[in-house]
Design a protein around this ligand. Structure first.
Ligand SMILES: C[S@@+](CC[C@H](N)C(=O)[O-])C[C@H]1O[C@@H](n2cnc3c(N)ncnc32)[C@H](O)[C@@H]1O
Length: 276
């Protein structure tokens, strides 16, 4: 069962909010994780909020994203205070987006990142070659869905958790027997072309996919349990064929109204056998 009290936090293209229901049963409960939980492609942290593990290392390559988590963990009310006083409208959005905050404190930067995420076009994260966020304005509709209470809740859930800005490879290497890793890298469901425009300069290439498969093969041999969501394209699934994983097709999405929507080919692969 999904935890009904999950906080509203980030909008995330490719996030697992709508799909997590279909693979709940493959995930361990927090009591089934004997060691540490790792989530190296954290994004909006859907699965972390669902499992709520006792010990966790949460990471992502995006420094802005991890600073947002750090800021909310440290001072959720301070982030909310800044966020709620940022002005509304298209002109204000571009002024705030283009402001140089490199010397600003963590709380100010966190509030700006949250603001951009809640008001930019479709919650996309895209940066130009100079590393500056360059998504256009999307409107205020999604801005006030979030409350101070949500940020306080996120902060509580992050208490005692390690937050790192890192490429996935170093993080997977930390995991040992008894630990569990959930991985949701950027990918285009069903596509053999692996560049995901939503993640701009941090495109996840096929070379990264090969690197990821090697890391997970090594982790399996250390006794680490994990689950990976990915494109169901054969180029990808073949990278894992020697591991004899449990594979669940995620291509059908059931909406809240019970309608079944066909999406492009997407799978979850895991080496965790429940009860085994
Ligand atoms: C699909 S999103 C994760 C969404 C998340 N599971 C959710 O439900 O909201 C993928 C994330 O991987 C991050 N990422 C991209 N390349 C990475 C890399 N090489 N190492 C670690 N994280 C990376 C992106 O910044 C993005 O936040």
């Amino acid at each position: 069962m999904e935890n009904p009290a999950n906080p509203v936090f980030l909008r995330y293209p490719g996030g697992k909010k709508r799909k997590v229901k279909s693979f709940f049963d493959l995930l361990p409960t927090k009591d089934e994780i004997k060691g540490r939980y790792f989530e190296p492609f954290l994004g909006g942290a859907t699965v972390f909020f669902h499992i709520r593990p006792k010990k966790a290392t949460l990471s992502d390559l995006s420094g802005d994203l991890m600073d947002l988590y750090r800021g909310v963990k440290k001072d959720p009310k301070g982030v909310w205070q800044k966020y709620r006083t940022l002005p509304e409208g298209r002109d204000a959005y571009y002024a705030i987006r283009n402001e140089d905050l490199s010397k600003a404190n963590l709380i100010t930067r966190a509030a700006r990142t949250l603001f951009l995420n809640r008001t930019c076009f479709k919650g996309m994260w895209r940066y130009n070659s100079a590393g500056r966020f360059n998504v256009g304005y999307g409107g205020e509709d999604r801005r006030w869905v979030i409350t101070e209470h949500d940020l306080v809740m996120v902060s509580k859930l992050l208490k005692g958790k390690h937050l790192l800005t890192s490429d996935f490879e170093q993080i997977i290497a930390y995991a040992n027997e008894g630990d569990y890793i959930f991985l949701d890298p950027p990918y285009q469901p069903g596509e053999s072309e692996m560049r995901n425009d939503h993640f701009g300069y941090m495109c996840f290439s096929f070379t990264d996919q090969i690197r990821l498969a090697r890391c997970l093969t090594k982790a399996s041999s250390r006794g680490v349990k994990w689950a990976l969501t990915n494109s169901g394209a054969s180029e990808i699934t073949e990278l894992y064929q020697d591991l004899h994983l449990l594979v669940l097709d995620l291509s059908v999405l059931e909406t809240d109204k019970g309608e079944r929507l066909e999406t492009r080919k997407e799978v979850i692969m895991t080496n965790l056998t429940k009860g085994g």
